[in-house]
Design a protein around this ligand. Structure first.
Ligand code: HEM
Ligand code: HEM
Length: 179
């Protein structure tokens, strides 16, 4: 059964959702795969720098996504959710939106405060930072960045499982609204 456009997220919202979900997975995949390459190999540098820029693309897109979200209220779920479930979903969505901003900002802060510049992949070029460098502060940002990444494996995982639960167990249109 198809879901009419009045019962789905806007086309832009769906595009943002799935392309940004793919970019977040790519950002995780790139940085986790870096250990496969030699410490100072150019491939490892490329993989790590691509992680930075994938995350920055997420940050850039997040601003446009929020603007789109403010223009269109999501369609209601049929059958409607109980209050507790609706509140839990809203809270998770706030957390996911916050992650899309805070996670790249923490990573960017760690890099520019440690090295004083942001490297451009496949080149020797760097974008200089106006901020003073500090190893101690950079380490704090990096620790927070890694901690948040670990927490959000769970949040993102549960979010995906919840979507499947709605579709397969509760048999409502939550997932169809996002397809
Ligand atoms: C969606 C956005 C992002 C996600 C999901 C993400 C995820 C991660 C994860 C999972 C790690 C830890 C890997 C590990 O412990 O083995 C990590 C490390 C790191 N990330 Fe990100 N990140 C994002 C954006 C960024 C951005 C925008 C930058 C910088 C411009 C950045 C810089 C770093 C740095 C410097 C590390 C430490 C790398 C190392 O220890 O060698 N991240 N990130
Ligand atoms: C595992 C794959 C994923 C699936 C199956 C999925 C599915 C869904 C579904 C069905 C909705 C609509 C929920 C509702 O209206 O109650 C939704 C909303 C949302 N998803 Fe995902 N998602 C996935 C991955 C992600 C990722 C990786 C992120 C970002 C880190 C994300 C961020 C969001 C946000 C912020 C919303 C709220 C949209 C709004 O109402 O404004 N999702 N997702």
């Amino acid at each position: 059964m198809s879901t009419s456009s009045a019962h789905r997220y806007s086309a832009k919202a769906r595009w943002f959702h799935w392309s940004m979900a793919a970019l977040v997975v790519l950002a995780y995949g790139l940085i986790l795969s870096r250990v496969e390459f030699g410490k100072s190999s150019p491939v490892r540098a490329f993989v790590v720098h691509s992680h930075f820029w994938t995350g920055l693309l997420v940050l850039g897109m997040a601003f446009f996504r929020i603007a789109e979200r403010r223009r269109h209220t999501p369609p209601p779920i049929t059958p409607p959710l109980q209050t507790a479930l609706r509140r839990a979903a809203t809270l998770t969505h706030y957390a996911l939106y916050a992650f899309l901003f805070v996670q790249p900002i923490l990573g960017l802060s760690a890099v520019v405060i440690e090295t004083g510049a942001l490297p451009i992949p496949l080149t020797d070029l760097q974008i200089p930072s106006p901020f003073p460098t500090s190893d101690r502060l950079a380490e704090k940002f990096e620790d927070l960045h890694k901690l948040l990444a670990s927490i959000f494996y769970w949040v993102i995982g549960l979010h995906g499982i919840a979507a499947l639960w709605h579709h397969l167990v509760r048999k409502d249109d939550t997932l169809k609204r996002m397809l």
